[in-house]
Design a protein around this ligand. Structure first.
Ligand code: ZN
Length: 96
């Protein structure tokens, strides 16, 4: 998985887990996030969408259906989620 540059975004609690996300890394691209872009929470790996002010919201069921129907995008999301889960378990392991 190739990560682009990190962009600072307004600190926003994840709509799923409540952890504050304040940066975004492009995944397989180098662009900064724009409204409507898909994001994945870097703590719980929930799929979220950037609002007009680059905060995060839960995708609508229609958006989620569109996301899942795009095989390439969905594969990239699944890969990001696996990487986040792996990083999270190693963080937890190193805390002990
Ligand atoms: Zn989250």
């Amino acid at each position: 998985m190739k990560l682009g540059p990190t962009t600072r975004t307004p600190p926003t609690p994840c709509p799923q887990c409540g952890a504050v996300n304040d940066t975004a890394d492009g995944v397989e691209h180098e662009e900064a996030p724009t409204p409507g872009d898909i994001s994945v929470c870097m703590y719980c790996a929930a799929v979220t969408v950037f609002t007009n002010d680059l905060k995060l919201r839960t995708p609508t069921s229609e958006e989620m259906a569109n996301i899942r129907s795009d095989a390439e995008i969905w594969a990239t999301i699944k890969e990001a989620q696996r990487a986040i889960h792996a990083a999270f378990s190693s963080r937890r392991a190193s805390d002990q």
